[in-house]
Design a protein around this ligand. Structure first.
Ligand SMILES: Cc1cc2nc3c(=O)[nH]c(=O)nc-3n(C[C@H](O)[C@H](O)[C@H](O)COP(=O)(O)OP(=O)(O)OC[C@H]3O[C@@H](n4cnc5c(N)ncnc54)[C@H](O)[C@@H]3O)c2cc1C
Length: 550
């Protein structure tokens, strides 16, 4: 922890030197002594300290300064650090002003100049005030602070992006924190675009996109080399397994992830059927372990970098990122998985990120503590979500189209939902409309059988209504099945897809030689984490065989 600051302000260099010396002598081991020679300079310093999330314990300020009096300074500085103790240095003639300031700026004490000997006239007073400050102030958070509005979708996006990438941050709601609001105004203007993200070094970003934020927080967003043996697109379980096996077997491997490693599995609050974890494992934990393992073997990983296109310049396969950068490789693995399907109902658009969320949005759970939330969907992911949010929300309503939870949801989840008091299940309904003023307030439901409607008041809706393959960018490049999944291996022949070589396609090889697909995105895949990991590792065997031919 950095030391808290004692800030002293005086325009007279001799007095400033003397007070600084006395403060250092007694307090330097516990506090950082910072000085300024005018009220204006001191205010700039206070702004910077606030931006860096430094703690200010005490202001010691001369009343008589030409451009800005001590009281005027304290008036403004108090807004940024309301808890800091305020002490005025006065001459005898200023006593009346000092007494007025007790009410005006909540002055804690005024000291007459000179303060000799400090052991009697200075230290006892300041010791007392500093002790009081330490007792009432929580230590400042020194890492990344996201300042935004709870109902701004961009603020949600930044929180979720950092949370999914396991970067710690503090969330500050601008509506509820006056000192931070003032600070944000100084950084980003009167009506700032939100969120404003403040970093410990005093720098800030205003409403950044994921790539900008990723680069700033130290996630890798640029490939180190122009060429790799294998490039893997997508960092879910399949892609991470690809990376572990490729790198551990000596290949130069680059994994490119558009959002955060872990993929769909990374959003799971508790995975209970993955081999080797009898007590279950959270998606975040599994992703973190896999990333560490891949990196330990030397795989390179880009995060926050969507792949926008692919092309072929034999024997190379070229990958174009959304920012226009390109990398080339001999072999390419597509493991882009699936994305949560969108809910198409009237009123939903302005409420996405403002009460309506796709998937588990675990970063939001604490914000809905004690409130009523709903989940739409009837598969395992919805069940896991319901159990997760029931730990925070007052009530969770699970909205299911089917007449009963089973058989779409695993038995162990159905049983646990039945045993959780604050979860209620409404079967046989669909959500037909969402309503809210700036944020979600109400949902309309319609019965599937009878068509009757009802409304429920909820603060949040988490959507888990199935998934669709993420193959839009590759549609013209590799052959897809009628649902948009990538065709591979023997399926190519079975479907009469044109194949340019004499040899048969390898296992996991797509209609383009040297381009492979693994995991949920592959036509015919068994959509489970263990299956994706298995395909990811097995596909590297085919990659090796292909590399022997180029
Ligand atoms: C909430 C939830 C809970 C689940 N729980 C379980 C469970 O308990 N047990 C179980 O076995 N299965 C579970 N599943 C299913 C399981 O998570 C998936 O089968 C598995 O994650 C598939 O892995 P994958 O690597 O093929 O794809 P994904 O996990 O979908 O990963 C694909 C990755 O590719 C990235 N990507 C996509 N397009 C691009 C692009 N253009 N550029 C760069 N990157 C891109 C995505 O951002 C994503 O990270 C769950 C799924 C969900 C949604």
């Amino acid at each position: 922890m950095a030391k808290p600051v004692i800030l002293t302000v005086d325009d007279d260099p001799e007095v400033l030197g003397a007070i600084e010396r006395d403060l250092r002598r007694h307090y330097a081991s516990q506090y950082r002594i910072v000085s300024a020679s005018s009220g204006k300079d001191a205010l700039d310093t206070v702004q910077q300290l606030r931006r860096r999330a430094a703690a200010v314990a005490l202001y010691l300020v001369d009343q008589r300064m030409p451009q800005m009096t001590g009281i005027q300074f304290l008036c403004q500085a108090r807004e940024l650090y309301p808890e800091a103790a305020r002490v005025l240095l006065t001459a005898y003639a200023d006593t009346a002003a000092a007494i007025d300031a007790i009410n005006e700026v909540g002055l804690n004490h005024y000291l007459m100049k000179p303060w000799d000997p400090p052991e009697q006239k200075l230290y006892p007073v300041l010791d007392d005030l500093l002790q009081g400050w330490a007792g009432r102030v929580r230590p400042q958070f020194e890492g990344i602070r996201i300042v935004g509005s709870r109902w701004s979708p961009q603020s949600y996006a930044a929180r979720e992006f950092l949370a999914r990438n396991q970067v710690p941050y503090q969330w500050i709601d601008i509506e509820e924190d006056a000192p931070t609001r003032k600070l944000v105004t100084s950084v980003a203007g009167e009506s700032p675009r939100l969120p404003v993200i403040l970093f410990a070094d005093g720098s800030s970003l205003i409403a950044p996109d994921n790539a900008e934020l990723a680069a700033k927080v130290g996630l890798r967003t640029r490939a180190a080399r122009p060429f790799y043996d294998v490039v893997i697109i997508g960092g879910g379980p399949a892609g991470l397994a690809n990376a572990v096996y490729a790198a551990s077997e000596g290949l130069h491997a680059l994994l490119i992830e558009q959002y955060a490693p872990g993929g769909q599995a990374g959003t799971s609050s508790m995975i209970e059927n993955y081999l080797g974890f009898p007590g279950g494992v959270t998606g975040a934990d599994l992703a973190q372990r896999a990333v560490a393992q891949a990196q330990r073997f030397g795989a390179e990983m880009l995060v926050g970098c969507p792949v926008a296109g692919l092309r072929r310049e034999d024997p190379y396969r070229i990958v174009t990122l959304a920012d226009g950068h390109e990398v080339s490789c001999h072999a390419l693995v597509l493991s882009t998985g699936m994305a949560v399907r969108e809910l198409e109902i009237p009123g939903i658009e302005p409420l996405i990120g403002a009460g309506i969320y796709y998937g588990a949005a675990m970063s939001e759970a604490a914000l809905y503590r004690g409130q009523d939330v709903a989940i739409v969907g009837g598969a395992n992911s919805a069940g896991q979500g319901a159990l997760f949010f029931s730990r925070y929300a007052r009530s969770v309503t699970l909205l299911v189209r089917a007449p009963a939870l089973s058989p779409t949801m695993s038995r162990y989840l159905v049983d646990r939902i039945g045993a959780t008091e604050n979860i209620r299940v409404i079967n046989g309904v669909e959500v037909t409309a969402a309503r809210g003023d700036g944020h979600l307030e109400q949902l309309t439901l319609r019965g599937i059988a009878g068509g009757e409607t009802q409304t429920i008041d909820v603060a949040a809706l988490f959507v888990f209504i199935g998934v669709a393959p993420r193959t839009e960018q590759f549609a013209g490049f590799v052959a897809l099945d009628e649902k948009g999944f990538v065709l591979t291996g023997p399926d190519l022949r079975k479907r009469d897809v044109a194949w340019p070589l004499e040899r048969d396609p390898l296992m996991f090889e797509t209609s383009v030689p040297g381009v492979f697909a693994a995991g949920d995105v592959r036509s015919g895949a068994n959509r489970r984490i263990a299956a994706a990991v298995g395909e990811g590792s097995a596909a590297i065997y085919s990659v090796h065989r292909y590399l022997m031919t180029v």
